[in-house]
Design a protein around this ligand. Structure first.
Ligand SMILES: NC(=O)c1ccc[n+]([C@@H]2O[C@H](COP(=O)([O-])OP(=O)(O)OC[C@H]3O[C@@H](n4cnc5c(N)ncnc54)[C@H](O)[C@@H]3O)[C@@H](O)[C@H]2O)c1
Length: 274
């Protein structure tokens, strides 16, 4: 038997983290697009990692339970990397809420039930969650603590209260951060930790869709005018994940880490201010 890492979302960010932390483990790679899971599995297997690609859909509890059951055949799940998601230019409001908000919440809940003592997880949120205006303490608590099957019925997530796909994405990512806080209490009872990472613009196929989408100029302006003056790379996100998932991060749980080259700071107090 081996220790098992569950990687959901066979994208560049997920692979960078899996390569940093998954040596010596069995890595289950789940993605809605089997060809994505297979492509990353091939790259990683060619580099010496022990991987198994699986088709899975983050927006389905049954699919999440299925990949967990498959993973457990290899051993205890000790690591979770959730890097599956759809961006505002890729999907309509409903799909963004179903995948990024509901799906992430279900995954944290289901893996939280089986994570081994000493286990660690990270889920990829986004700087977008930090951009939105503050919600009320009551709304934040609803996003954190509402039972997963009730989440999408919350008044603030109803279509009449969501302006566009970007707003849906912001709400989903804010929900992820709040949900990680609430889940960390449950994971802690099992001796496990869970955190989120909120990247700014990281060059990946998802981000390239954004550059070529209706908000392309907005994004190009953002990385030109952020303090770092450039977009980020998936490997820099893996640097943060390594801290959070290794022994050095033993005192860090229920937290969110912004890694955005200072774009959010500039958005509030610098040249990116709208
Ligand atoms: N790239 C960025 O600039 C950036 C910035 C902030 C946050 N993020 C977040 O990082 C995460 C990973 O994105 P990435 O940039 O590596 O993108 P990517 O496109 O390289 O990878 C995302 C993967 O998720 C998969 N996926 C989509 N819907 C799914 C579903 N329902 N079930 C299972 N898999 C599904 C896609 O098929 C794809 O392989 C996403 O949550 C995204 O919102 C990305």
């Amino acid at each position: 038997m081996k220790q098992v890492m569950l990687l959901t979302g066979a994208g560049q960010i997920g692979m960078a983290i899996a390569r940093r932390m998954g040596y010596g483990m069995k890595i289950m790679i789940g993605d809605k697009k089997p060809e994505n899971a297979q492509a990353i599995a091939k790259t990683m297997s060619d580099a010496g990692f022990d991987v198994a690609p699986v088709e899975m859909d983050l927006s389905s509890r049954a699919s999440i339970r299925n990949i967990i059951a498959k993973a457990q055949k290899y051993g205890d799940i000790t690591m979770l990397v959730n890097a599956a998601g759809v961006s505002p230019s890729q999907a309509p409001v409903e799909a963004i809420l179903k995948v990024d908000l509901y799906g992430t919440a279900v995954l944290l809940e289901e893996v939280g039930k089986v994570i081994a003592p000493g286990g660690v997880g990270v889920t990829i949120s986004s700087q977008s969650g930090h951009r939105m205006k503050q919600l009320t303490p009551e709304e934040d608590e609803q996003l954190a603590c509402t039972p997963t099957e009730e989440l999408l019925k919350l008044p603030l997530l109803q279509p009449e209260n969501i302006r566009d796909t970007l707003h849906a994405y912001q709400l989903a990512k804010r929900c992820n951060e709040k949900h990680v806080m609430a889940e960390s209490v449950k994971w802690g009872a099992k001796g496990a930790r869970i955190n989120s990472i909120s990247p700014g613009i990281i060059v990946t196929p998802l981000a390239i869709d954004e550059f070529n989408g209706p908000r392309g100029d907005f994004y190009k302006n953002m990385f030109a005018k952020c303090p770092a003056g450039r977009a980020g790379t998936a490997d820099e996100v893996a640097n943060v994940a390594e801290l959070l998932m290794s022994e050095k991060g033993a005192f860090i749980t229920g937290a969110d880490f912004l890694i955005d080259g200072g774009a959010t700071a500039s958005y509030f107090y610098g040249p990116l201010k709208p």
